[in-house]
Design a protein around this ligand. Structure first.
Ligand SMILES: COc1cc(O)cc(C/C=C(\C)CC/C=C(\C)CC/C=C(\C)CC/C=C(\C)CC/C=C(\C)CC/C=C(\C)CC/C=C(\C)CC/C=C(\C)CC/C=C(\C)CCC=C(C)C)c1O
Ligand code: SAM
Length: 327
């Protein structure tokens, strides 16, 4: 019975994650295999329970976080320019599409996890500000007898210009956040924006706090994806929405061939030439291959408690947006 129980745990833990088990935490040992002797079996089980992927490398779970930290510490300064060069600007369209899918409403409280240099947060602020201004103009046109002071006051209140919407950018990497803050300062983003150092697996927020949780190109780097998904579920309000933009599996054979050549032959070279960092960009392309397929990831999101989980492929599945609700 105990063996059955622990097997069930392992089975639910690894279900749908054939390509990326990514450090599933085992509360107990998995059921015994009839082929191996007990000692060797226990040893290999302990090893399995603590090993994970770092690109194509097998590393211990403890090591992975540090290695990922080094990658983003190393790329932070060139991160934005590299994204434009490598994707020929296409990543901007993918990020815009994430916002259009979100369709924030006035007062939306957004948590952008693994938010890095703030691309999603800035898009969110632009969106809610434009939305609020449209609404305000409509209201002002409808009110006939306002004085010019009243009209001016409505335009001057910076906080109010967002209609109560807020975004918190949470990232584990100080360097990425530092670049993000510099960008925000240079581009004049101030109101409704906060930067928080924190781990997706252990979010520093209370339960039921946010309307929307986003994670763009971040979850692939997390050691325990299942734990990060549970945290996403915890911090969302009932009715809240989870949205994830991530590299996925290409569904067109021709695009797939070109994509392989581009990923493995071109991206690390660009990484070396532009950022002097071959290894980080080799990690990028390898980590993309370790990430679960669209269907597998959908199942993981459901396992974390989300409902009405759907996904949409963009650019032949090079990336996908997964969506789920806490109901
Ligand atoms: C360290 O970790 C990271 C570092 C980062 O900087 C970023 C991330 C996370 C990622 C993002 C925030 C997104 C932005 C970054 C990327 C998109 C880079 C990753 C890109 C890929 C894995 C490949 C997919 C790239 C694209 C879809 C962009 C479009 C690229 C092209 C059309 C290629 C054009 C290239 C050239 C003209 C240069 C010459 C190329 C060759 C000689 C090699 C042969 C290449 C081809 C035949 C063309 C390649 C064709 C494709 C890739 C298929 C595209 C198909 C369609 C658009 C339908 C992070 O974690
Ligand atoms: C490819 S960047 C994505 C940044 C941004 N979301 C974007 O779309 O440009 C991945 C980010 O994930 C962050 N990250 C990795 N592991 C994390 C974790 N466990 N918790 C929070 N952030 C993490 C990295 O520090 C990095 O800033």
């Amino acid at each position: 019975m105990a063996a059955l129980g622990s097997w069930a745990l392992w089975s639910s833990c690894s279900r749908g994650r054939s390509r990326a088990v990514l450090g599933c935490r085992l509360p107990g040992l998995r059921s015994s295999s009839p082929r191996s002797p007990l000692g060797a079996r226990l040893l290999s089980q302990e090893k399995e329970a603590t090993e994970t992927h770092f690109g194509f490398e097998t590393v211990s779970e403890e090591e992975k976080g540090g290695k990922v930290y080094q990658v983003f510490e190393s790329v932070a300064k060139k991160y934005d320019v590299m994204n434009d060069m490598m994707s020929l600007g296409i990543h901007r369209v993918w990020k815009d599409l994430l916002l259009w899918k979100m369709r924030p409403f006035p007062g939306t409280q957004l948590l952008d996890v693994a938010g890095g240099t703030g691309d999603i947060a800035f898009r969110f602020l632009n969106y809610v500000q434009a939305q609020h201004q449209r609404k305000q103009k409509k209201q002002l046109r409808a009110q006939q007898n306002l004085s010019w002071e009243e009209i001016a006051r409505k335009y001057q209140n910076e906080e109010d210009s967002l209609g109560g919407s807020r975004v918190m950018v949470c990232d584990i990497n100080k360097e990425m956040l530092k670049i993000g803050k510099q960008k925000a300062h240079a581009q004049g983003y101030k109101a409704g924006l906060a930067w928080i150092l924190g781990d997706a697996e252990e979010l520093p927020f209370d339960d039921d706090k946010f309307d929307v949780y986003t994670i763009a190109f971040g979850i692939r780097n997390v050691t325990h994806i299942d734990q990060a998904l549970r945290e996403a579920h915890r911090v969302l309000k009932p009715g809240g929405r989870f949205l994830c933009l991530e590299f996925s599996q290409v569904n067109n054979p021709l695009v797939s061939r070109l994509y392989d050549v581009y990923s493995f032959q071109v991206i690390p070279v660009l990484g070396e030439v532009i950022a002097g960092d071959w290894k980080s960009y080799q990690y990028l392309v390898e980590s993309i291959r370790q990430f679960p397929s669209q269907e597998e990831f959908k199942e993981m999101i459901e396992d974390a408690g989300f409902q009405k989980v759907t996904y949409e492929n963009l650019t032949s599945g090079i990336v996908a947006i997964h969506s789920g609700f806490k109901l």
